[in-house]
Design a protein around this ligand. Structure first.
Ligand SMILES: NC(=O)c1ccc[n+]([C@@H]2O[C@H](COP(=O)([O-])OP(=O)(O)OC[C@H]3O[C@@H](n4cnc5c(N)ncnc54)[C@H](O)[C@@H]3O)[C@@H](O)[C@H]2O)c1
Length: 384
């Protein structure tokens, strides 16, 4: 079967590669020419375990093609997956890229199509897509038909390939359940652990959009408000602990920072706690020496060259002359470090552990001052 996927981001590229692996003939339409040129050579612009191999294998087998040519994509697939970005703008999801594609499908389709919507969109979008399709097809005066399937994406970056190959569950047209807490609950359970806050492209956006939508319907979503508020508090927690320890003035203090991506096994830094923390530290004059196994390029693209950020080649080199160590992302590589090395390299044996990776008692016994989230020194020091 032939399928088309619009968007070669975390969702679209994974979907394309997995469908190709399952034997479908996939055309992935991406409007960023640079990405397409690289993808055609098997070079992928994002980090996702197992994805590069899958892309390369299926390019070779000729089951996966990348293009910027929208008309070619529309002609190709019976199923048209929409997986383009829908960023938040002014507290609302910007769905313009989705409608843009829908309009083009209606304009150029030459046979019946199934439109499969994967991008995160507000409640009521399927209906609007339906009306837009009908309007354009009516204008074209032909008898083509179409179906719309809403298939929200549940992949977790870092395990996206296996999530897509072996999905836990499939929801169809159950978006209304969001307001009945179903989705909210599963997401909340999956994402919220004690730590320095959640990030990423999806969950924060879902929460913001649902709060906005609820309020516009005259409903005060207390649970969602609390989720967002708590996350803001958690994101500021490490900074507060650092200021508690060192005092408000952090001028020329050097911090070793382990982990920049919003979670392990991804290079995605959208809404990452590390960014919130770094910006706070910089505003008080601190210098950061950071390491992340995959997200350094993305951080460099946002913050560029600056005197107060040094991206180091490994986790050990961040420790040189640093006043303390901070953990922001729970990469496996950070789970069992050599604490002797850490102690010998740091100016002070202080660890701010935003992911509660280490045992407070063990570290105290070995001469460290350890702040976790709600444990170690932090328990008694901060109320929030
Ligand atoms: N990343 C996740 O973990 C995740 C999980 C669930 C849902 N989602 C949702 O899925 C959607 C895609 O997310 P993502 O993380 O893959 O985004 P992304 O920003 O990584 O990728 C989107 C891609 O779409 C491309 N694009 C934009 N407009 C286009 C157009 N008109 N034609 C072709 N390509 C176009 C962009 O260039 C980009 O490469 C979003 O709505 C997101 O909220 C993402």
């Amino acid at each position: 079967m032939k399928v088309t996927v619009f968007g070669a981001g975390y969702v679209g590229l994974v979907q394309s590669a997995v469908l190709a692996e399952a034997g479908y003939h996939v055309v992935c339409v991406e409007n960023d020419l640079n990405k397409v040129l690289k993808l055609k050579k098997g070079i992928i612009h994002l980090y996702e375990p197992g994805l590069m191999q899958l892309v390369k294998k299926n390019l070779k087998k000729n089951r996966l093609k990348f293009t910027t040519n929208l008309k070619y994509g529309i002609k190709h697939g019976l199923i048209q997956f929409i997986a383009v970005g829908t960023p938040i703008k002014n507290h609302q999801i910007d769905t313009s890229a989705v409608y843009n594609i829908v309009a083009k499908i209606a304009k150029y389709m030459e046979n019946d199509k199934i439109i499969l919507e994967k991008s995160t969109v507000p409640i009521g979008t399927s209906e609007k897509i339906f009306c837009l399709m009908q309007k354009i097809l009516k204008y074209r005066n032909n008898n083509l038909t179409f179906d719309i399937v809403f298939n929200p994406e549940f992949l977790k970056e870092g395990t996206a390939v296996s999530d897509c190959m072996y999905p836990e569950r499939k929801f169809l047209e159950q978006i209304s359940k969001i307001f009945e807490k179903e989705l909210g609950r599963t997401h909340v359970l999956k994402y919220i652990h004690a730590g320095c806050g959640y990030g990423g492209s999806c969950f924060p956006k879902d929460i913001k959009e649902l709060i906005f939508k609820s309020k516009s319907l005259g409903y005060n979503p207390k649970l969602l408000n609390a989720v967002e508020e708590i996350n803001m508090i958690q994101k500021n927690k490490l900074f507060k602990l650092i200021q508690y320890h060192f005092g408000p003035n952090l001028y020329k203090k050097i911090f070793a920072l382990w982990g920049l991506s919003f979670k392990p096994n991804t290079d995605d830094i959208r809404e990452a706690s590390s960014c919130t923390l770094m910006e706070s530290l910089w505003s008080y004059g601190a210098i950061i020496q950071a390491f992340d196994p995959k997200a350094m390029k993305a951080i460099n693209a946002i913050y560029g060259k600056r005197n107060n950020l040094k991206l180091m080649k490994n986790k050990e080199s961040t420790l040189e002359r640093a006043d303390a160590l901070i953990i922001c992302t729970e990469w496996k590589n950070f789970y069992f470090p050599d604490f002797k090395i850490i102690k010998s390299k740091l100016k002070n044996p202080i660890i701010f552990d935003g992911r509660n990776l280490y045992n407070p008692k063990y570290l105290k016994h070995h001469g460290f001052i350890y702040y976790g989230i709600g444990r170690g020194e932090s328990c008694v020091k901060l109320k929030n």
